[in-house]
Each structure stands twice: as structure tokens, then as C-alpha cells.
Design a protein around this ligand. Structure first.
Ligand SMILES: O=C(O)c1ccccc1N[C@@H]1O[C@H](COP(=O)(O)O)[C@@H](O)[C@H]1O
Length: 221
């Protein structure tokens, strides 16, 4: 029997930390799969629910809207969800809290998994969590757990083949994303600092190049 070619799937791309219209428009124009809004007041990308709603309203449809939260309490999640419609909650929390948020709010939850050595790579995804984000542990003295333009040692991930959905983040940019995908086999990538012209300000040109370069690498579906 003749072997059928395996269709190539494209690498999923999330552009995180949108704060203004030109960056959001570039995500839509160049076909980002997800856009992220940061609800963490120590980030230069922090937005209010009203700002996120206004950006979202620029285009019907378009990328899936992800809200990013750091150890959020229920009140914060409820207040933000009251102000803007989000499709996914990306959180920094324990496995238990992530499962709890998923069942309380009925919105898909993604959970950050900080990694600095191979044993940190998770072998399972907690119940109710849709996807794990693999990113480096923050540097000593960091004021936020992500968005620090810090790169993971991708070689740690060679041969790691999880059976659950995951995404690679940390220090990615248009120049290194192709190599990151090739080495790690990441089905999806997430970027913030690497597509900015200044902290909190996205570069439409860098967004276009990041998406193009991430998708220039194909993997077997
Ligand atoms: O972007 C932020 O400011 C941020 C704040 C707090 C937690 C996470 C944050 N960002 C996340 O980290 C990844 C990687 O960022 P970078 O590309 O290295 O700057 C980013 O994509 C967000 O998911």
C-alpha cells in the first residue's frame, strides 16, 4: 500500500501583551491564532478590562482572546470577565487552583509551567486545564513571573513528547523562533517582549516577521 503524505500543520502563534490598536490590527492581519491581554499591574503591558474590550471590538472574529493573570483571586477574575469577553484564562497558579478556576468560571484555562531543568518538565496536565505553557523560571529579583525576554535552554526539551497540548514561551523573537520550534518540536509559541519596539508597545513589522518565521517550520500532524 502506498504511504500517504502526512499533512503539515502550522505552528500556533500567540502574541501576548497587546495594549494598542496597531499591534492588535497586525495580529489580525497576519493571522495570529491567539492574542493576550495582561491583567497584572506590575507589567508594562497591563490593560484594564475596558481597554481590552475596546481592542477586541476593533475586529469581529479574529484571534482567540486570552486573558493573563498572576495568582488571581475569584473576585479579580469575575470583575475582569464582567468587563471583557475572554475565550481563555492563562494563569500563574498551582495545579489545584488551575483546576478550581476552570470549574468555577467555565472558561478554558491555560497554566504556566516554569522550567529550569529537565525534571521540571510536566508529565501530565491537571484536570480541567486545556494547555500548559512551558517557560523559563523568572530571573532572581524579577518583578513578574513572565514577560522578561528570558530564554529557556531549548535542548532540555529534546525527546520530551507530552500527550497534552502545550506552548513554548520565553525570550522568543522573529530571529530565533524557527530554531526554537525545530529544536523543541513546540506545536505553538507565545511571545511578548520579542515583538516590541519599547516595553508595552508592539511592533507591527516584528509581529508579521514572527508569525511568518514561526510558520516557516512545519511539523507532522
Ligand atoms: O508579558 C508580561 O508582562 C507578563 C507579566 C506577567 C506574567 C507573564 C507575562 N508574560 C508572559 O510571558 C511570556 C513570555 O514573555 P517574553 O516573550 O519572554 O517577554 C509571554 O508571552 C506572556 O505569556
Amino acid at each position: 500500500m502506498t504511504q500517504q503524505p502526512v499533512p503539515a500543520a502550522h505552528t500556533g502563534v500567540k502574541i501576548c501583551g497587546l495594549t494598542e490598536g496597531a499591534g492588535f490590527d497586525a495580529c489580525v492581519e497576519h493571522g495570529a491564532d491567539w492574542v493576550g491581554f495582561v491583567f497584572f499591574d506590575r507589567s508594562p503591558r497591563c490593560v484594564t478590562p475596558a481597554q481590552a474590550r475596546s481592542l477586541s471590538g476593533r475586529h469581529a472574529g479574529g484571534p482567540v482572546r486570552v486573558g493573563l493573570f498572576v495568582h488571581p483571586d475569584d473576585e479579580t477574575l469575575a470583575r475582569v470577565l464582567d468587563g471583557v469577553s475572554l475565550d481563555v484564562l492563562q494563569i500563574y497558579a498551582s495545579f489545584e487552583r488551575a483546576s478550581d478556576v476552570s470549574s468555577r468560571f467555565g472558561v478554558p484555562v491555560w497554566l504556566s509551567q516554569p522550567v529550569s531543568a529537565r525534571p521540571d518538565l510536566p508529565s501530565a496536565c491537571p484536570a480541567g486545564v486545556e494547555r500548559l505553557l512551558i517557560e523559563p523560571k523568572p530571573p532572581a529579583g524579577a518583578t513578574r513571573p513572565g514577560g522578561n525576554a528570558q530564554q529557556l535552554d531549548w535542548s532540555l526539551m529534546q525527546g520530551w513528547k507530552p500527550s497534552f497540548p502545550w506552548m513554548l514561551a520565553g525570550g522568543l523573537n522573529p530571529e530565533n523562533v524557527g530554531q526554537a520550534v525545530t529544536i523543541t518540536g513546540a506545536p505553538a509559541v507565545d511571545v511578548s517582549s520579542g515583538v516590541e519596539s519599547a516595553p508595552g508597545l508592539k511592533s507591527p513589522e516584528a509581529i508579521a516577521r514572527f508569525i511568518r518565521n514561526a510558520r516557516s517550520v512545519t511539523f507532522s500532524a
